[in-house]
Design a protein around this ligand. Sequence first.
Ligand code: PMV
Length: 320
Amino acid sequence: MIKVSAPGKLMLFGEHSVVYQRPCIVTAVNYRMSTILEKRNDDKVVLNAPEVNLLNYTASLASLDKLHPKEAQFAIRALFNFFEKYKIRSGINIQTKSDFNSKVGLGSSSAVTVNIIKGLSELLGIKMNQEELFELSYKTVLDIQGVGSGFDVAAAIYGKTLFFNLKERIFRLIETEKLPIIIGYTGIKADTTTLVKMVKEKLDKESGKINRIFDEITEIVNLAKIEIENSDWEKVGELMNLNQELLRKIDVSSKELESLISASLSAGAYGAKLSGAGGGDCMIAIAPSDNYHNIKDAIQRVGGQIIEADIQAQGVKVEA
Ligand code: PMV
C-alpha cells in the first residue's frame, strides 16, 4: 500500500497565452489531494472518491480504455497510460481524499492524475524521474480534456512557485519569499474548456491582434519572474494590473471578477487580477501585509469569498 499527495495550484501570471506554448508563473497551494493505492489479486480496478460521490466504482483491466463516468476518467486513464507505457498490469484499489473544494478550480484532476502515476511507479517498482512523470501525466490530462497547457500538472509535481515553459520544457523553481497574496472566490464555477475554445476562436479570427496580446503577456511573465525573485511586491502588483488589462482585452474577465478586483484595489492592494481561465473562479490580489484585513473585508463586502490557502506548497510526495 502506498499513499501519495499532491498540491493544488494557483495561476499567478500568463493564463491563456500559456496554452500557446508561452511561459506562465504558477504557485502550488496547500490544499492537497491524497491517494492511497493498493495492489489487488484479481484483474479489477476499484475506485473510491467520496468527494465526487464515487463509491466502489469497479472496472476490469481489459476495459480501462472504454468509456467511464466523468468522475473516474482521469484516474482510469492514468492507470491505462501507465500500464501501456511500462507493459505491466495489476489489479488496484484506489482511494482518494481531497481537501479541495473542486468548485473553486484549484486543480484536483491534475493532482489526482499525478498521484496515481507517481503512486503506481512506487507500488510497482518502476523508476520515473520528474520529467517522465510530467510527460505521462500531461498526456493523460490531454487524452481526457483535449486542451490544456500542463501548468497544473507541473505545479502538482514540482510544487513551490514555478516558471513554466512547455515549449522548452522549462520547470524552474523561483527562489522567493512567500508572496503576500489574497485569494477571492467569485462563487461562480469557471468553465475552462469553453473559455479556452473561445480564445482559440479569437486567435483564429484575429491572429495578429491576439498574438500581439500574447507577446505582451509573455513580456509581463518574464518581468514578473524577476520582480518575484526580488520580492518587490509593488512591482509585482503593477505587473498583475497590466496582465489583467490584457486578459480583459481577450474577454475572459467577468463582472464578478472585476468587482472583486476593483474592491481590492480601492482598499489598497498593489495589484489584482483573475487567476486561471476567468469567467468566474478566483481572483488574486497582492498587498502590503498591514493592509490584508481591509482588503479581505472589501472583497467580502462585494460578495467575494476569501480562500485561506498557504502557497508555495510542496510538490507530489509519498506520505509516511
Ligand atoms: O481554470 P484553471 O485554473 O484550470 O486555469 C486555466 C488556465 C488556462 O491557461 C486558461 C488553461 C491552461 O490549460 O493553461
